[in-house]
Design a protein around this ligand. Structure first.
Ligand code: FNR
Length: 350
């Protein structure tokens, strides 16, 4: 059988760069500050060496798992990134369709350029990423609309009290690509709807109540004490993230924060991670450190830019195949076989 060549995230980025206006490419690729954390996110996964098991039966390898009860074909899901119509006319709808066809979940950004109604048509499971806005009533309205449109969870991003200064992108995106999620947000444009920098754990408890039967995920946590406080305030899952190196530059790479967060939480609270996840090896490392799912940000945007919905699907399918091979070579026949003893940290005392 003729198989398609593997889709390498690195090659995808080069291909996307070739088709995108420089300003758009820079907006997506950039980190904050001098991009210390952007680089460290990628490097930190590679510092975790794998110690494969041998003589296990890996004649069949199953990559499927569940995330907050939703069955998915692999632990790789799509992280929220804003303004996707900047890179492809299908925007978030294309990403949602591609993710659905690959059996993965999509987290839709508050700054999406598609409506909830469009998402509902993509027929795959999706979550809404949210900021607590200055206007609490508006925040509650967005939550209600998302729930009514079929969102399966709320993801509150908490690492962005202010938007950090980007290294390679200033004053972008322009107001012309304001989010179109709900009429209330559209009417106000970006100005009135920025996140409230005064949000605390007390608001988390409020949101857990407002979200009703929708599970609440808190995204942007890198400390054990914060993770525990999130769970105490009603979070169902904690997402280890430094916003892909776009918020606090110098923040700990997520590969080095994950174990502390996992250890601080009761077993029933799921843990997710993103930041520099590019290969099946990275996914196995994340699972070994206790993650239930690993999310990709930029690679999905590069795939959308170059191939629309099919591009996103092909990337996720290729990452799943890469994960399958890695699992087999690690002596793991399923996701449940991935345990912490598979890892040998390069600097155990750091
Ligand atoms: C983001 N990210 C993000 N996160 C969020 O909660 N809401 C958002 O609107 C956005 N927007 C956004 C735009 C762009 C262009 C990027 C690159 C990232 C952060 C994103 O969800 C995720 O945390 C990182 O992208 C993960 O890192 P990698 O996979 O890009 O290395």
């Amino acid at each position: 059988a003729v198989t398609a060549p593997p889709v390498e995230p690195r090659d995808l980025e080069a291909a996307a760069r070739a088709v995108l206006p420089a300003q758009v490419y820079d907006y997506i690729a950039t980190g904050s500050g001098v991009e210390e954390t952007l680089a460290a996110n990628l490097a930190a996964w590679r510092e975790l060496a794998l110690a494969p098991r041998v003589l296990r039966d890996v004649g069949r390898v199953d990559t499927s798992t569940t995330v907050l009860g939703t069955p998915v074909s692999s632990p790789v899901q799509v992280a929220p990134t804003g303004y996707q119509r900047l890179v492809h006319p299908d925007g978030e709808l294309g990403t949602a369709t591609g993710a659905a066809h690959a059996g993965s979940l999509l987290a839709l950004s508050t700054r999406a350029t598609a409506t909830f109604g469009e998402l509902a048509g993509a027929a795959g499971p999706w979550w809404l990423q949210l900021y607590v806005l200055r206007d609490r009533d508006l925040t509650a309205t967005v939550v209600e609309r998302a729930a009514a449109a079929g969102a399966r969870a709320l993801v509150l991003t908490v690492d962005t009290p202010y938007v950090a200064k980007k290294a390679r992108s200033t004053a972008f995106p322009p107001a012309a690509v304001s989010p179109v999620l709900v009429p209330e947000l559209r009417a106000r444009g970006d100005e009135g709807v920025w996140q409230d920098p005064g949000v605390t754990f007390a608001d988390l408890a409020w949101l857990a109540e407002v979200s009703g039967r929708l599970p609440l995920v808190v995204k942007g946590v890198v400390r054990g004490d914060d993770a525990r406080a999130c769970a105490d305030a009603g979070a169902d899952a904690v997402w280890v993230s430094n916003h892909g190196g776009r918020q606090l530059d110098g923040a700990v790479p997520t590969a080095r924060a994950l174990a502390e967060v996992r250890a601080a939480l009761p077993e029933e609270v799921e843990v997710y991670v993103d930041g520099g996840i590019r290969t099946g090896r990275d996914v196995v490392r994340a699972l070994a450190l206790g993650a239930t799912a690993a999310f990709i940000g930029r690679p999905a945007v590069w795939a959308l830019a170059t191939g629309g919905a099919a591009g996103v699907r092909d990337l996720l399918v290729a990452m799943r195949a890469d994960l399958e091979e890695t699992l087999a070579l690690c002596g793991c026949a399923s996701i449940a076989d991935v345990t912490p003893d598979l890892l040998r940290p390069a600097h155990p005392h750091r």
